[in-house]
Design a protein around this ligand. Sequence first.
Ligand SMILES: [Zn+2]
Length: 122
Amino acid sequence: MRKKKKKDWSRYLYAIFDEYNRRYFKAELPSKETTVTFELFDRDEFCYGACRKYNERLGRNKWQSWNIAVNWELRHWEVVVRMTMLHEMAHLASRLESGKHGAQWKAEIKRLIRAGAFDDLL
Ligand SMILES: [Zn+2]
């Protein structure tokens, strides 16, 4: 009997990131500088995901990197994973402007809605 292949959850998230980056962000989100991970959030309030910025340094070189995390407990709900990815990618597109869900982030979400990104998810 063939052994059932275990799902590669990391590859699964990167595939969604690449798909959306190409379809809705003209592949302009910094894919090389962005890690995408499932994560168990240790917080009192339930959290769908997060988008974080890091300032990296290697000798004289400084650059920024990013992480999008999706709550591990959501992994089997693809629709919710995808909605969370769009939400967090909108943060990345607005480069985490101050004021978490500010005007730039809202404009990104409206643009995504108009582009049909949520059509199959709602
Ligand atoms: Zn948010």
